[in-house]
Design a protein around this ligand. Sequence first.
Ligand code: PLP
Length: 320
Amino acid sequence: MPIPATQFIWFNGKLVPWEKATVHVLSHALHYGSSVFEGVRAYQTPNGVAIFRLSDHTQRLFDSAKIYRIPMAYSPEQISSACHEVIAANGLTRGGYMRPVVFRGYGELGVAPRNDPPTEVAIAAWEWGRYLSQDTDELGVDVCVSSWQRVAPNTLPALAKAGGNYLSGMLIGAEARRLGFAEGIGLSTDGTVSEGSGENIFVVKNGVLMTPALSHSVLSGITRDTVIQLAKERGIEVRECAIPRELLYLADELFFTGTAAEIIAIRSVDRITVGNGRRGPLTDTLRNAFFGLFTGQTPDKWGWLEHVDMAAKPRAVAAG
Ligand SMILES: Cc1ncc(COP(=O)(O)O)c(C=O)c1O
């Protein structure tokens, strides 16, 4: 789906017109994948537009940059406030998806240059609907286990949300789509379940909620953490553990979590039906709790919602 353009992108400290947020072809990140990024959603709520868990996303952005030793010229507060600015300046009153990206820019080329190329930072926002599930919300999606494994723990750090890491996800996702599935699941190098190309995965078996531990080459998903907290609050037992592939086939329910995908049921894996072949009751409970955060039905006792002042005047807009 083409990106529906909005008016402004925050680029290196200023709002610039959408089409002017461009980079040099010799930018380091374009050649070596040396970018770190976030995907953040803002929702329409009864009290106006709110960004979900922005401080956690900003923290993970800085964590990813730290792992790859990418120097940051802005503070977490500046990045968070720029996210607010981008939502307000673009008038995204129905909420939207934000993409902060930090990358090694144009300066020296070479895998590990002597002098760091300048770090560039951009934050775009636009309206983005359902990621995996257009018409299959009730039923869930059909997925496969990929022939591509996830990166081994001592190769690329899975806890960094870095551009280069997504080459693995691209192979997994593209193979799945080529074979007619909505998404692929990568196994860790020990053969146990890791995650989807852009989602964490949960297994429900006999009332227990299981998800691969962080040692299984997964991204430490913020939706994953949200679901874990919502489940524990409802007295559901949660285990972060190794999950054998065949448990995917034997599960009562399966679902993916992610900022883009939100919470989406999986109805079959490798053409084997999961449970009743449609979204199950525990998935329903957790989905309702999750989406209830945005309708007000689930009290936000964690302070996860950050309201955006849509009337805030954007700071000066650069001519580009
Ligand atoms: C590889 C991968 N795993 C998991 C997730 C889910 O993480 P989050 O819930 O923080 O969006 C994402 C999406 O960001 C991802 O790209």
